[in-house]
Design a protein around this ligand. Structure first.
Ligand SMILES: C[S@@+](CC[C@H](N)C(=O)[O-])C[C@H]1O[C@@H](n2cnc3c(N)ncnc32)[C@H](O)[C@@H]1O
Ligand code: SF4
Ligand code: SF4
Length: 338
């Protein structure tokens, strides 16, 4: 049995939002022309799970990736139900912009996530208050998201607010933390933007800055420094449940690669398997000229099973040998591997 701590699944390449730093669009404007818009096929997903359930232990599934937002998948609830059938004990996490779907849909999602034994949650991106949130999360509606969060929580769902701090919203951090608490969220996660500056190329051209904020957040005397890149829990029971033993028995491999070390893998909506989200991102991969692109010939689940892909020499030799001898640019730049 192969243990996967986390399967990261980009279940769709569709999105309702236009965040300027996202791989799916050009500076918050048009969707990139080469993106094949697709939703993971439900029958393919079911057959895939039947094939792997006795070969791979999956402890957590995270509906995250490079190109889409999970709530845009027309059958997300069925995708989750199918997963639950085959992996009843796995933890489910859904990071989302939260700005789509009806209130009834959010109630149903809360019931499907069923937290009776293990802790599963939706992580709602709230990048400011009503006046600042959509500067980054373009095309989303702050008030609609707040209504969705309330409905989801009232229906029994566990919600985390994830706030990316920029120079334009960092002064609102106290209000955002208080709001997350009053809404009944179990926790809030504060993080700096991964870009120091992002040019926005829409009808309004401007730049979004975050460098000063990141520097402020890294200082030991920053008010929330202890919560830097860690959740601030409001609810002890949820925190205990989320950290109960099953989650702590983490398989650690020896590798310079953080994804191999933590036994994480990525799958996209077209059925391709990747060692991480960086190599799974076409642009990032193509900018690193030394990556061995023969992965493209062996990583399709439409042609091979997951165990056959994971035991292919690309995963067992090519990648580990590059990490040990001459790490690819992408591994140096994204993960600091030397
Ligand atoms: C392409 S998104 C996919 C998930 C979902 N659509 C979302 O936005 O939460 C991948 C990840 O990047 C995160 N992200 C987006 N903008 C970011 C930023 N400026 N800094 C750090 N992470 C960011 C998202 O929150 C998400 O966890
Ligand atoms: S919500 Fe997520 S997928 Fe959609 S544009 Fe923003 S970062 Fe990209
Ligand atoms: S970029 Fe390289 S080191 Fe980083 S997670 Fe991917 S494979 Fe591992």
């Amino acid at each position: 049995m192969y243990t996967v701590e986390e399967l990261q699944l980009d279940v769709t390449s569709h999105c309702n939002a236009k965040c300027p730093g996202c791989a799916r669009n050009e500076g918050g404007g048009k969707t990139v022309s080469w993106l094949n818009l697709h939703h993971l096929d439900l029958t393919f997903w079911n057959n895939f799970l039947i094939d792997i359930k006795n070969k791979f232990q999956i402890k957590r599934i995270r509906f995250n990736g490079n190109y889409g937002d999970a709530i845009m998948h027309p059958d997300l609830i069925d995708v989750i139900k199918t997963f639950r059938t085959h992996y009843p004990k796995a933890v489910i996490q859904i990071p989302t912009n939260g700005s789509a779907r009806s209130l009834d849909w959010w109630k149903e999602l809360a019931s499907v996530l069923d937290n009776s034994e293990y802790y599963s949650e939706v992580q709602f991106a709230i990048d400011g208050l009503e006046d600042t949130h959509s500067i980054w999360r373009q095309n989303t509606d702050f008030n609609k998201i707040i209504k969705n969060i309330k409905t989801f929580i009232e229906a029994g769902g566990m919600a985390q607010i994830v706030t990316t701090l920029f120079d334009h919203n960092q002064h609102q951090v106290d209000e955002i933390v208080n709001m997350a608490y009053s809404l009944g969220c179990t926790s809030i996660f504060l993080r700096p933007s991964y870009h120091d500056q992002t040019p926005v190329n829409t009808d309004k051209n401007f730049v979004i800055y975050a460098k000063k904020t990141r520097e402020m957040m890294e200082k030991a005397d920053w008010k929330y420094n202890k919560m830097y890149n860690k959740p601030l829990w409001f609810d002890n029971n949820s925190s205990l449940k989320a950290n109960q033993k099953i989650h702590n028995q983490i398989v650690k491999n020896k590798s310079k690669c953080p994804w191999i070390r933590d036994s994480l893998i990525q799958m996209d909506c077209w059925g391709n398997v990747w060692p991480c989200c960086h190599i799974g991102n076409t642009n990032t991969r193509n900018q690193s000229f030394d990556v061995d692109n023969s992965i493209l010939k062996i990583n399709s689940l439409h042609k091979r099973s997951l165990d056959s892909i994971m035991s292919d020499s690309w995963f067992t030799k090519t990648l580990p040998e590059s990490l040990d001898s001459k790490p690819w640019d992408i591994c140096q730049q994204r993960c600091g591997v030397v």
